[in-house]
Design a protein around this ligand. Sequence first.
Ligand code: TQI
Ligand code: CA
Ligand code: ZN
Ligand code: ZN
Length: 165
Amino acid sequence: EPLAFSNSYKWDHNEITYKFLDFTRQLSEPSQRRAIQNALNKWAEVTPLVFRESTSSNSDILIAYRRNDHNDGNSFDGRGGTLAHAFFPGTASISGDTHFDEDEIWTENTEKGTNLEIVSAHEFGHALGLGHSNAMGALMKPFYSGYDPNYKLGTDDIYRIQQLY
Ligand code: TQI
Ligand code: CA
Ligand code: ZN
Ligand code: ZN
């Protein structure tokens, strides 16, 4: 299943389950849960979607930290470059799965490193079926503009996710 360009896939159910396969040792587990939940909430607030943490390996979104080649055809690249990636919705077992590059410096509440919550919110846009957007203020724009404590979905993100769900 390709990582990019398929913008016509969506989940056929509104209760989306997610499971943490592992955690990075760089941040506390509660911080990571909070970052992921906050990021998912951005999308839940504007759609009928409900996100539920699950321990089943059949969960829609499996969340993992990986480095370099990790056998999904999309290698990470050490510190810098690619920060994370997510697979579009679908029926393949990897669909929706969201991976973070363990070689990045993952942070919360600071300009330093890479903000886990903002990158997660962007990746979950992909995991829900959105491609990139060049619209002003879009979270799904194809570049990371750094830490913004007040980041939010752009009107284009909201319009496009509401077209899907
Ligand atoms: N990761 C790319 C991204 O999420 C991986 C990617 C490229 C991708 N094209 C894709 C994933 C299409 C799914 C579908 O865009 S990244 C940004 C942004 C990255 C980039 O690490 O380069 C953000 C991660 F948009 F700012 F460039 C998070 Cl916010
Ligand atoms: Ca990297
Ligand atoms: Zn991966
Ligand atoms: Zn992206």
